[in-house]
Design a protein around this ligand. Structure first.
Ligand SMILES: [Cu+2]
Length: 479
């Protein structure tokens, strides 16, 4: 094995752990570390069976080495500093330099060996959520194995028996270790064409996680059960979450796992998707129906598939509005409709920094440059091409572009809407109705289950009269 094979040809900012002794290193795969919270390009496999790799949102895939037909990975459990969004670093626990840990990608039938080195201040284990494996490899401390003591390295070894969407996390002092960010994604690709697993052009994955970090501090509070103030995807909060950038016409898959304490209805704008798989495996074709929101319960994973055929910048977010907020959004008294005039000046005599929040709703918060403690994200901070997006937390965008090159995951910038297709202020007149004809023509025939029922599409080119359909054979065909 040489270093070049080990890295699989991927360009990434990886550095070896210096403190592991040279002797120990000789037998162990060199642990690969990540120094940045960026979305790494897909890791195209240089050894082993070929597959179409995933892209981990604000994450990366762990390189492996082949050792006599065994895929060997090395995970290092350790304290890390994770940038939640520009302006806020959190002191978390994770793997190989980041929280979550790196994504592990293997192929159905692969024999996998994972070395786990414990550099935490307490013991740990790893549970391989969703996998078929020997009982002694399942990673529940005390039940399946002794926990891995501080400073020791344990080995997990099993065959990746079924293709699918999985995750890994400790099963020792879970409450602390998961609250501190210890988790990672696992994808087992099918070894052959699979009747229930469609080939896709883009395949994204991320974990839902949440932290309770007091404004001004950096370490999460592990005792919090429900009242979290940072709702994150792969330990990032908007505007720190990268967009999902695709080419128009791509078949897209997004895999999501939930390791928070509550459910998250994940919602995609502009498209319909199907749930093509769970951590239990691919769903049967007959069980799939179109959705624009899918609820992901605690400990569940969902894999959604869709055709990205609508150009634009489409919001993609948790539909719980409190989950698209950063700290400062909670424990604020309700001031909507309260008129503070006169009162503020009086209070400011006693409390010079006093300011009013929310008497006209909270939208002012999106623009307000209020002083907040260091290492704290404003409640809603994202800025779009038309002003504040007024969201934080579990929010990102699907960016669909005609000219995005195959395999190019870079951010194309803001979508340039065609003239006359944006919501506008009504001033008593309306533009020529003729404008709508081209839009209707574009819609015509595209809505599944509605077969050419758009009356405007069948009018001639110069008038906009509605074609009134009479009851009869024609109408029966359309319903
Ligand atoms: Cu949510």
């Amino acid at each position: 094995m040489n270093r070049r094979n080990f890295f699989g040809g991927a360009a990434m900012t990886a550095v070896a752990v210096a403190s592991v002794s040279r002797v120990a290193m000789a037998a162990l795969p060199e642990p690969v570390m990540m120094g940045k919270p960026d979305t790494a390009p897909p890791l195209v496999p240089a050894t082993g069976r070929p597959y179409s790799p995933v892209v981990t949102l604000n994450g990366w895939t762990l390189p492996w080495r082949m050792n006599q037909n065994v895929k060997e990975f090395h995970l290092v459990a350790e304290p890390v500093v994770r940038e939640i969004a520009p302006g806020m670093n959190a002191t978390l626990w994770g793997y190989n330099g980041q929280s979550p840990g790196p994504t592990i990608e293997v192929v159905e039938g692969d024999r996998v060996r994972i070395f786990l080195t414990n550099k935490l201040p307490e013991h740990t284990t790893i549970h391989w959520h969703g996998q078929r494996l020997p009982n002694g490899m399942d990673g529940v401390g005390g039940l399946n194995q002794k926990a891995v003591p501080v400073g020791k390295t344990f080995v997990y070894e099993f065959v990746a028996r079924r293709p699918g969407t999985f995750m890994y996390h400790p099963h020792a002092d879970e409450m602390t270790q998961m609250a501190m960010g210890m988790m990672g994604f696992w994808v087992t690709h099918p070894k052959d064409k699979h009747p229930l697993i469609q080939e896709v052009q883009r395949d994204f994955c991320f974990l839902l996680n949440a932290y309770d970090i007091d404004p001004g501090s950096t370490t999460p509070m592990p005792n919090t059960m429900t009242d979290f103030n940072l709702w994150t995807w792969n330990s990032r909060a908007f505007p720190g979450i990268d967009s999902l950038n695709v080419r128009q016409g791509d078949q897209v898959r997004i895999r999501i796992g939930n390791l928070t304490m509550t459910n998250h209805p994940i919602h995609l704008h502009g498209h319909e998707f199907v749930v093509s798989g769970t951590d239990g495996g691919p769903t049967s074709i007959g069980s799939r129906w179109p959705e624009v929101t899918t609820d992901i319960a605690v400990g569940q994973m969902r894999q959604i598939d869709f055709l990205a055929d609508e150009e634009g910048d489409w919001a993609f977010h948790c539909h719980k509005s409190h989950h698209t907020m950063n700290p400062m959004g909670h424990d604020v008294p309700n001031m909507i409709g309260v008129d503070h005039r006169g009162l503020v000046a009086k209070i400011q005599k006693l409390v010079p920094d006093y300011m009013v929040m929310g008497e006209r709703g909270m939208a002012d918060m999106g623009e307000m440059q209020m002083p907040i403690p260091e290492q704290t994200l404003p409640m809603m901070t994202g800025t779009g091409p038309f002003g504040p997006v007024e969201m934080g937390g579990m929010f990102s965008m699907l960016k669909v572009r005609k000219d995005q090159k195959p395999g190019d995951y870079s951010n194309p910038g803001w979508y340039k809407q065609p003239a006359g297709t944006q919501s506008f202020e009504w001033n008593g007149t309306l533009p020529e109705p003729a404008r709508f004809k081209s839009e209707m023509a574009a819609v015509d025939g595209k809505v599944p289950g509605l077969n050419n029922t758009n009356p405007m599409a069948s009018t001639d080119k110069t008038t906009t009269t509605l074609a009134v359909r009479k009851p009869g054979a024609a109408s029966q065909k359309t319903h």
